[in-house]
Design a binder for this molecule. Structure first.
Ligand code: KG4
Ligand code: ZN
Length: 346
């Protein structure tokens, strides 16, 4: 089965073709970073308008690259949520329209299921069951995954997501949007242990996260060091370093606890923050100590992309799931409400 995947939930237009026999056959990604940079973050209305401009030309480009036409496509998958309502509607409308034109089934995919299944695109894919740490700009969740669609969220952030904290700290340090990769780069020049920031919610039981206090801690530290003038370059790097270490340590402590509680031996990380090198290093170390193995997608599939949507869509379309005529964009949508794949194919 060949499935066209369309991702338009935020600031990236991602298009891909996934063939259940051959894997990803072609893909294209357009990032709106330049468009939003002057505003310091994503402007939803501009995002929607840009998805309208880019989605169809990118689909044409991907089909040409794969030497395919509409006749070769067996299904269309688009991100139905969670995300920005207007941006989601662009992908949903185009996906549904193409499905009708080509007379093939379409399916609205859960964006976080896309992230969660992205490591299955790798040659060395994790087997089920596994524990997943989803760390994106909008979500920080620990999920016990029994199979596709059998998800139990066992921990999540009570306020900011880890990626969101990276982005906000980037702003405090005067770095450009999107902040995560910039904070990570700056942190490399930081002096270890000049600052030590708290590891929120780690000294009490439970698997939930909170990152908003850590962001305030960074703000206070920046204020203390800007009383007599702007932050000097080394102090900025030292703050970035201490912040990244605090986030990484917090995520690692919670993943260790979750592995112990669930007795799982596979840990999967996905979403934009899973691209973070320090996080990968620390989680690999901890997993080895727990006799577990760490899995993550290749870098280009950590952040938003069309391939993960085409893949998740293909798995579900092959099991017989598809949209009815009424389609919805779901800006808020719980992973736990998705139907188990096993029940669909029965
Ligand atoms: O998954 P994603 O592309 O979009 C959402 O679904 O939100 O994640 C984007 C988030 C942003 O907050 C970005 O700053 C963060 O992932 N991010 C990183 C890194 N690369 C992206 N955070 C820390 N280190 C990185 N290397
Ligand atoms: Zn995402």
């Amino acid at each position: 089965m060949i499935v066209l995947g369309i991702e338009t939930s935020c600031d990236e237009t991602g298009i891909a073709l996934y063939d259940s026999e051959r894997g990803i056959v072609a893909e294209a990604l357009y990032s709106q970073i330049k468009l939003h940079q002057q505003y310091g973050g994503v402007v939803p209305e501009l995002a929607s308008r840009d998805h309208i401009r880019k989605t169809l030309p990118l689909i044409r480009e991907v089909l040409t690259r794969a030497n395919c036409s509409g006749k070769d496509i067996d299904g269309v998958a688009y991100t139905a949520g969670p995300g920005l309502a207007g941006a989601l509607l662009v992908g949903a409308s185009i996906g549904r329209a193409l499905g009708m034109t080509w007379n093939v089934p379409t399916l609205g995919v859960h964006h976080m299921e896309g992230h969660l299944l992205a490591p299955l695109l790798e040659a060395d894919a994790p087997a089920f069951p596994f524990l997943a740490l989803l760390v994106s700009g909008g979500h920080t969740q620990l999920v016990a995954v029994q199979d596709i669609g059998q998800y139990q969220v066992i921990g999540e952030s009570v306020d900011d997501a880890a990626g969101e904290a990276f982005d906000k700290v980037a702003k405090l340090l005067g770095l450009e949007y999107p902040g995560g990769p910039q904070v990570a780069r700056l942190a490399q020049q930081g002096t270890p242990l000049r600052f030590v920031f708290p590891r929120p919610m780690t000294n009490r039981p439970g698997l939930d996260f909170s990152f908003s206090g850590l962001k305030t801690f960074v703000l206070t530290t920046v204020q203390e060091h800007t009383r007599d003038g702007p932050l000097d370059a080394q102090t900025r790097a030292d703050i970035a370093h201490a912040f990244q270490e605090a986030v990484v340590a917090t995520l690692t402590i919670k993943c260790k606890r979750a592995l112990q509680q669930t007795s799982m031996k596979r840990l999967v990380i996905a979403g934009g923050v899973s691209a973070n090198t320090r996080l990968r290093e620390e989680l690999a170390l901890m997993s080895a100590q727990q006799n577990a193995r760490l899995y993550y997608p290749k870098l280009q599939y950590c952040t938003d992309n069309g391939a993960m949507i085409a893949y998740a869509g293909c798995r579900r379309l092959m099991a017989g799931q598809s949209d009815d005529l009424a389609f919805h964009a779901r800006p808020r949508w719980s992973l736990e409400t998705l139907p188990p794949l096993a029940a669909l194919s029965r």
